[in-house]
Design a protein around this ligand. Structure first.
Ligand SMILES: [Zn+2]
Length: 295
């Protein structure tokens, strides 16, 4: 057995136990993309997802929508121990066919971030020049059904482009039009946003606030606390090799700043492909490249 394989369970155990000792009042926001067997940087297999949800359930983790997260952050009310928010970026159709039934089994809720300009379409995305398998996205009807089943609907822009590269009017369109379209469909306020590609800066954050969003999720690795900026929320990126033990450990790390050090150690000592594998923020959409004239 390699050193790596022997070391990881011990690290996860230590983090897990640290979470048992004291509660920091924070919440772990999980970031999923597609539940498929393609083994891309965006993939978590249906089988692994099922095991991960079982692990969270076995810990008795209460789940929160991002709307509920906003309420806690605004009122500065600590989250209960082992609180988890399950989020899905991009709105892949496999959330409806694979994810939602598993979550319903455990009474879990979650939030899905929709790219409104791509609803009902199929992704044709690349990862460092290599084409990823096409995957269908949720239809408007499936989005409505997801909302009716208790999953909160958030926005993920109109075109999934890099928001920091837009003019202020383009940025406003990406933020406001996606919000308005979803609100019209659902008849409910949409208050949750996720930055496409994890791309944001101060101007984007300010525009997101002006657009009326209460929370915005990044792809920065970390755990959210009551002191976290609601429009710069860190998340735990879940990939196809995030073991249930790792997930269980990070549902309540009280080690605070040490989290970043552990994460750094994973990258430096154990290799980036171990955990987290790599940032989905590095995956580019061919749609975006086409729009910017790169294609
Ligand atoms: Zn995305």
């Amino acid at each position: 057995m390699s050193l790596k394989r022997r070391l990881l369970p011990a690290i996860y155990r230590a983090i897990y136990l640290s979470g048992k000792v004291a509660h920091d009042g924070g919440i772990t926001i999980l970031s999923y993309h597609s539940l498929d067997d393609y083994n891309t940087p965006l993939s978590v297999s249906p089988r692994l997802f099922s095991t991960q949800m079982a692990a969270i359930a076995s810990e008795g983790c209460p789940t929160f929508t991002m709307g509920q997260v906003a309420q806690h952050l605004t009122a500065k009310v600590p989250f209960p121990p082992r609180a988890v928010a399950i989020t899905f970026d991009d709105g892949f159709a496999n959330l409806a066919t694979v994810g939602a039934p598993v979550m319903a089994r455990y009474g879990f809720t979650g939030t899905v971030y929709i790219i409104t300009g791509m609803v009902g379409r199929t992704t044709h995305w690349t990862d460092r020049g290599v084409a990823l398998p096409p995957v269908p996205l949720l239809s408007w009807r499936q989005i409505e059904e997801a909302q009716q089943s208790g999953i909160e609907i958030g926005a993920h822009s109109v075109t999934h482009g890099f928001l920091t590269q837009y003019t202020s009017s383009e940025l406003e369109h990406e933020l406001c039009h996606s919000k308005a379209q979803l609100e019209q469909l659902l008849g409910l306020p949409v208050s949750a946003f996720a930055y496409p590609q994890g791309d944001y800066n101060n101007s984007v954050v300010a525009a997101t606030r002006t657009a009326g969003y209460l929370t915005a999720a990044t792809v920065d690795q970390g755990r959210a606390h009551l002191r976290s900026h609601p429009l710069r929320l860190p998340r735990l990126l879940v990939s196809g090799n995030t073991s249930p033990a790792a997930l269980r450990a990070f549902t309540a790390p009280t080690i605070g700043p040490a989290y970043r050090l552990v994460n750094l150690a994973f990258r430096r000592l154990l290799g980036r492909k171990n955990w987290p594998r790599r940032s989905p923020g590095e995956v580019q959409s061919t749609d975006v490249l086409a729009e910017t004239g790169a294609l």
